[in-house]
Design a protein around this ligand. Structure first.
Ligand SMILES: C[S@@+](CC[C@H](N)C(=O)[O-])C[C@H]1O[C@@H](n2cnc3c(N)ncnc32)[C@H](O)[C@@H]1O
Length: 417
């Protein structure tokens, strides 16, 4: 195994648990390794630090797989089985394993560059979507599939889909490709009903849908908002009106409608998205739970300007990541402010507003500023009901702040006092 040494004093971060090494921290060049090669990392004076995989041209030249010197079988089938098992136990302990959830979340679960999302079908067990975003993970995908096949047999069988769809693959010299079924029940991948939190059933096309097919990260925030609903809209005289901005397949609208309708309230949902394909799933999913559904296809900012101010009881605003690189920060924050300002104008005074951002480069403090500007400009005051973010299937590691990307402010929106 290739051995790399750090410069003197450059081991502090990795010793504190952080999983990355940058090229400037190495005592030598990173250029000699093959992309994804397993490397043993040592201090300047030759003490073992970690096993990981390396890349000769990436700025992050080493990603940690294990800090235990005895765990020499990193990236083997056994290694992936242990990581899958440990991740599963974490989710089970959190009560987050019996419905669709993220099974592996990259660095947080000890598998940098690898995401595994698992979806529970109504009749055919689990479908898991595997997404490798680095050369190190891409080359060992057969081991990931074998580990899943063995664990799947114990869980009654599962279908595995390879999703080479992450945009960051390009930086590692990898191609972006179509999703494909590796093994299992092909039929269910294209158009199936899956079971989510609180037994809500949503139809999704995992093969052609965005990212791994679904945005599992918002399920936690949906769960939080549902807690607030238990105490809101106690005696509505008219239907509860919900606006789901950037709805994808309508998970917010469907969940909120299901919760409110189960308490005997009538609900009308308006959904907005640029994707006609996503919107047709949203129409189907939301209409299963709500009394009325309106699906508006187009740019959210344009559509928001055409809607009646102060006409919705709940507005959820969950746009795509506006900021993908540092150079986008200023323009992206301005775009977030505008969108949230216009969405806030549509909330009835005393209604509920959800403002989310999945841009990792937007830090909690930036998000606070965006919401502050948006509420000032829309003539609203926001008081939080829940500060959302990552659920237990997208664990946050305190030593790895780079893994925390999702912010979600769930608030009551009043007129200023
Ligand atoms: C982060 S996803 C939203 C996820 C969704 N709210 C959920 O919880 O599943 C962003 C969505 O915004 C849509 N989108 C992208 N640009 C848009 C725009 N300018 N106007 C409206 N929707 C847009 C995408 O098609 C995608 O469905």
């Amino acid at each position: 195994m290739t051995v790399w040494r750090l410069k003197k004093g450059a081991d502090r971060r990795i010793r504190s648990g952080h999983p990355w090494v940058f090229t400037g921290e190495l005592a030598h060049s990173a250029k000699e390794v093959a992309p994804g090669e397993i490397v043993e990392l040592r201090t300047a004076d030759d003490h073992f630090l970690a096993y990981g995989y390396a890349h000769p041209t990436s700025q992050i030249c080493f990603r940690k797989l294990s800090s235990r010197s005895k765990e020499k079988d990193v990236l083997s089938v056994d290694f992936f089985q242990r990581r899958l098992q440990s991740a599963f136990e974490h989710r089970r302990a959190a009560g987050w394993s019996e419905f669709s959830h993220r099974w592996l979340f990259a660095e947080a679960d000890g598998v940098p560059g690898l995401v595994v999302d698992s979806f529970l079908t109504s009749e055919q067990g689990w479908i898991v979507v595997v997404q490798a975003s680095t050369a190190g993970m891409d080359k060992v995908l057969p081991n990931v599939f074998s580990a899943l096949e063995e664990l799947g047999t114990q869980r009654g069988g599962l279908t595995v889909v390879d999703a080479p769809s992450s945009k960051s693959r390009v930086m590692e010299g990898l191609k972006i490709g179509e999703k494909r079924v590796v093994f299992g029940q092909v039929r269910d991948v294209y158009d199936s009903d899956f079971r989510f939190l609180d037994d809500v059933s949503l139809r999704v096309d995992l093969a052609h849908g965005q990212k791994t097919g679904f945005f599992l990260d918002q399920q936690w925030n949906v769960h939080l908002l549902k807690q607030a609903l238990k105490h809101s809209f106690k005696r509505p005289t008219t239907p509860v009106r919900i606006l789901d901005v950037c709805c994808y397949v309508g998970q917010w609208g469907a969940h909120l409608a299901a919760a409110l309708m189960s308490e005997g309230k009538t609900v009308e949902v308006t959904t907005i998205d640029t994707s006609e394909a996503a919107l047709s799933f949203a129409r189907h999913n939301v209409s299963r739970y709500a009394g009325g559904v309106e699906a508006l296809c187009g740019d959210a900012l344009e559509i928001l300007g055409t809607l009646q101010p102060e006409s919705y009881d709940i507005v959820v605003c969950d746009p795509p990541a506006f900021i993908k690189k540092r150079a986008d920060l200023e323009n992206g924050l301005r775009a977030y402010t505008k969108l949230n300002r216009d969405a806030l104008k549509l909330v009835k005074p005393g209604g509920i507003f959800v403002g989310a951002s999945c841009s990792g480069l937007v830090k909690a403090e930036d998000w606070r500023t965006v919401l502050c500007d948006a509420s000032l400009k829309s003539g609203r005051v926001l008081r939080h009901l829940y500060l959302g973010g990552h659920g237990p299937d997208h664990p946050v590691r305190p030593e790895f702040p780079e893994g925390e990307y999702l912010k979600c402010f769930i608030a009551r929106a009043d007129v200023p006092f």
